[in-house]
Design a protein around this ligand. Structure first.
Ligand SMILES: [Zn+2]
Length: 355
């Protein structure tokens, strides 16, 4: 059964909501990490932050490390300290958490309407009571509408991730280290923009194919690895990128591949199974092309939520500076029109029915 069939089941609502809850939890982790690292150190912070999120959402630890962690009294004290100092004073954060826990409770209930009283209390009331005990509950509110909740969850996790990335990039700037790298093709040793030799660890982008005739002055840049940093100020970047953009866009039209969404300066295309990539796992590959930058963002329709959280950096780990900024900007626009897997699946199915 293909992923399209699987996703058209009746579990859509449930899955959406679970995704939304996960987004809020991940966002909260991103939010807490930098401050915890300052106060508790880098190694201790990830398990601490995970324990904080579990405590806030009344979730049991998901692994043995988590279970051991919370058995230690000092760790529990630190969890409470983080809740007290980093979450409680921020009303907006408490609101997001309260909304999410309300959604979580309603979800548990609607999934098992025949709960025994004891289980009802455990699943539906205890998480709210727990928030109250922690001093985080914003009382009196209704459960938010699902679409609004999902939208807010997406915005929340993106904002938290952006802050964390910003924090990380500042750390990098001060420690002058640790760039993620691309493997360099042996044949290409210099960046043609600055003329300097490429060293391992340089963040570069290269295009695929050639968008210019050999007589064109930009022909020699085709396929060549170019420093991302050099590209920021390269006066030919837009012309160069535009040519690739137009070429790819035309290819989509010529081949009748599906453009899922399109704006003035970006488009999202679905790469059909078997035509372009025949390997398994590529059947739901989606690409985002941007008119003024030559890098491509790849994602899988089936993991669209994760793609928006941080999956889009998987194929482009070295993006930084203005390129990263541009990628984020486009991603936030894409998210508005293609918010989830189901939207993509619906678009594809509608098109298949038309054929
Ligand atoms: Zn360069």
């Amino acid at each position: 059964m293909g992923f399209l069939d699987r996703l058209l089941g009746s579990k859509k609502m449930f899955k959406d909501t679970m995704n939304g809850l996960d987004m809020v939890k991940v966002g909260l982790m991103y939010y807490l990490l930098p401050e915890c690292e300052v106060n508790f150190g880098k190694d201790y912070s990830p398990p601490l932050v995970a324990a904080v999120v579990n405590t806030v959402f009344s979730d049991p630890p998901s692994n043995e490390t988590g279970r051991q962690f919370i058995l230690d009294e000092d760790n529990v004290k630190n969890v409470m300290l983080v809740i007290e100092k980093s979450i409680k004073p921020v009303e907006k954060l408490r609101q997001t958490i309260t909304d999410s826990v309300r959604v979580k409770c309603t979800l548990s209930h609607s999934k098992n309407p025949k709960l025994s009283e004891r289980d009802f209390i455990r699943l539906c009331r205890e998480p709210i009571d727990n928030l109250k005990r922690l001093g985080l509950l914003i009382p009196g509110g209704e459960m938010p509408e699902l679409s609004i909740f999902l939208h807010n969850a997406g915005t929340f996790v993106q904002a938290c991730k952006a802050d964390l990335d910003h924090h990380r990039s500042q750390e990098r700037a001060t420690s002058e280290a640790d760039y993620q790298t691309y493997e360099l093709p042996l044949a290409e040793k210099t960046c043609l923009i600055c003329g300097k030799e490429l060293s391992e660890g340089d963040a570069t982008v290269s295009t695929s194919g050639c968008a210019f005739p050999q007589s064109h002055k930009l022909w020699r840049y085709c396929d060549a690895p170019l420093h991302l940093a050099c590209m920021e100020t390269w006066s030919d970047r837009e012309t160069f990128s535009h040519a690739y953009y137009v070429q790819r866009h035309q290819q989509f039209l010529d081949e009748s591949w599906f453009i899922l969404a399109e704006e003035k300066d970006w488009f999202v295309g679905h790469i059909p199974a078997g035509l372009y990539h025949s390997e398994p796992g590529f059947e739901d590959l989606v690409e985002i092309r941007i008119r003024d930058w030559p890098f491509v963002l790849y994602g899988h329709a089936e993991e669209w939520t994760q793609f928006f959280i941080d999956g889009w950096q998987k194929y482009q780990p070295a993006l930084s500076g203005k390129a990263l900024h541009r990628a984020r900007e486009v991603m936030s626009q894409v998210m508005l029109v293609l918010p989830d897997t189901e939207t993509i699946v619906e678009l594809i199915n509608k098109r298949l029915r038309r054929k």
